[in-house]
Design a protein around this ligand. Structure first.
Ligand code: FE2
Length: 508
């Protein structure tokens, strides 16, 4: 296939347009597949008041370079029912999984009832998928009593088992948020607990294989099948510590943007995203909104794609920069880029919701390190972006702001403010699903240096659970007993409450 024709076919897939009737016919005529085509599971996501995205990817051999698929398209039938026995089917249809899309399908189901639980499954190649559970969001402005969500991040496959996901699946929350580092792009580590392909992905085939490898995990599949997900990426979905067109280990932006194009496409293919998020070349709009009746307004941030380049390089050791490096607080620099900042300001200034949640990648509060320096990679490297958000929260009296984050492989709970002892918001970093974190001795010293941070735990893996009501936001940190063995029990590590109208967290 010429590259131009390839691009056109890909564009047709990406735009969700009907491909040629011939493709449908040849796909429909396909014989029964020998292996279960649902080797990477099923998922749903992006709930609205009338619908949800259903996702799967036809991958009978997820660990092989071509995931067990040739070039043939596959017809995938889907159905949505009100009951988990799939008796009361309310919507059904067919989608075409084509090689240009990594044989993924993203079905945007509409016409469902608001604030309702639904069940779904797929059929392809003579096989039925397991039944997944999902739900729609409440109508805009609707009174909502309660929302329960689980959130996680950082699931380095080599580093541990996914008992955290097994626990999320058991909880069957209303919503799951995944806040970045869904895959790690690195080459295989010798002696790792769990093995993955040896080489670092740099092209579409490589990233597709890395996602399929991760998604072959049964616990991860169970968490996807248990609730609708909202996902954002951090750096490892492309490469460590990248920002905009800058890659630490490859200074040529052109080469890097080719890699970013492949990584973003693989991300789209492997997440239950809407067509609105389809990448265009190296660009993909990932920041987006979710409103949950009158109870919660979520803003999902992308802190990688549009950020200004990291700064203070002349006085940096690569990761850490001096606290007083002036460019760190230069108001012209942004972690989000102007369009995203403007969009976010609009959402924060006129929010009808009781709780206003930033779903983002990092610890948002300042973290002074033991040498008095700060990281150049997260909010501390872009302190004015953080300040602008805090000032908006304060000046617009945004109701009850909360930040949820990931990235640092530790649980953190703390308050966010512009002056000591005057919290405007609280934040909760939900640990890591499996990636290894810092020692608790170092973290205790970190808390002492940064008094707005109230709790840290780095030795346990896990996730966060959030329960929102009109009265309170309750956050429970859930810790895996031992992520080095499969099927480990998960228990509560700590519990916090933020009461509506009273900024600042309390230990519960
Ligand atoms: Fe991470």
């Amino acid at each position: 296939m010429t590259s131009r024709r390839h691009l056109l076919t890909q564009a047709a897939w990406l735009a969700g347009l009907a491909l040629t009737p011939a493709a449908w016919t040849s796909a429909a005529a396909q014989a029964r597949m020998a292996d279960d085509p649902f080797g990477v599971g099923i998922a749903s996501g992006e709930p609205t008041a009338d619908g949800v995205v259903l996702w799967t990817r036809i991958a009978p051999k997820p660990r092989e370079p071509d995931y067990g698929m040739g070039r043939a398209p596959v017809v995938v039938a889907w159905e949505v029912a009100e009951d988990d026995a799939m008796d009361r089917v309310v919507r059904k249809g067919e989608a075409l999984a084509v090689p240009e899309g990594g044989h993924s399908v993203h079905v945007e189901v509409a016409g469902l009832k608001p604030d309702r639980e639904y069940f779904y499954r797929f059929q392809a190649g003579g096989h039925a998928s397991p039944v997944g559970r999902t739900r729609t969001a409440p109508l805009a402005g609707a009174a909502v009593e309660k929302l329960t969500l689980a959130y996680g991040s950082c699931q380095k496959y080599e580093a541990g088992f996914y008992s955290a996901h097994a626990a999320i699946a058991q909880e069957r929350p209303d919503l799951v948020l995944f806040l970045g580092d869904y895959i790690y792009e690195g080459a295989a580590t010798k002696g790792a607990l769990r093995a993955h392909p040896p080489t670092e992905p740099v092209d579409l085939a490589g990233y597709r294989q890395r996602y399929a490898w991760y998604r072959a995990d049964a616990d991860l599949q169970a968490a996807h099948a248990a609730a609708p997900w909202m996902t954002i990426w951090d750096d490892h979905e492309v490469v460590n510590d990248y920002g905009d067109d800058q890659d630490r280990s490859n200074p040529d932006p052109k080469t890097f943007l080719r890699r970013r194009t492949a990584a973003y496409q693989a991300y789209f293919e492997n997440m239950p995203l809407r067509r609105r998020q389809i990448p265009v070349g190296p660009d993909m709009q990932l920041y987006r909104a979710l409103d949950w009746g009158n109870l919660a307004r979520f803003s999902f941030l992308d802190t990688r794609q549009e950020r200004d380049h990291r700064t203070c390089d002349a006085v940096s050791d690569g990761k850490r920069i001096p606290y007083d490096c002036p460019d760190r607080t230069n108001p012209r620099r942004s972690l989000l880029g102007r369009p995203q900042e403007r969009w976010l300001q609009g959402r924060l200034k006129q929010s009808p919701a009781r709780w206003n949640v930033l779903a983002q990648q990092y610890l948002m509060g300042e973290l002074k390190l033991e040498d008095g320096r700060v990281s150049n990679d997260g909010w501390d490297g872009y302190a004015q972006t953080r300040r602008r958000i805090l000032e908006t929260w304060r000046d617009a009296r945004t109701p009850n702001p909360i930040a949820l984050g990931g990235d640092i492989h530790c649980f953190f709970a703390g308050d966010l403010g512009l002056a000591p002892g005057q919290p405007i918001a609280s934040e909760f970093v939900g640990g890591s699903i499996s990636s290894l974190g810092a020692g608790n001795e170092a973290l205790a010293a970190g808390l002492a240096r940064n008094p707005h941070l109230k709790y840290a735990e780095g030795q346990r893996r896990g996730y966060g659970r959030v329960e929102l009501t009109a009265k309170a936001c309750e956050v429970t940190f859930r810790g895996v007993e031992n992520a080095f063995t499969p099927k480990s029990p998960v228990n509560d590590l700590a519990r916090f409450v933020v009461e509506a109208g009273q900024p600042g967290l309390k230990r519960a």
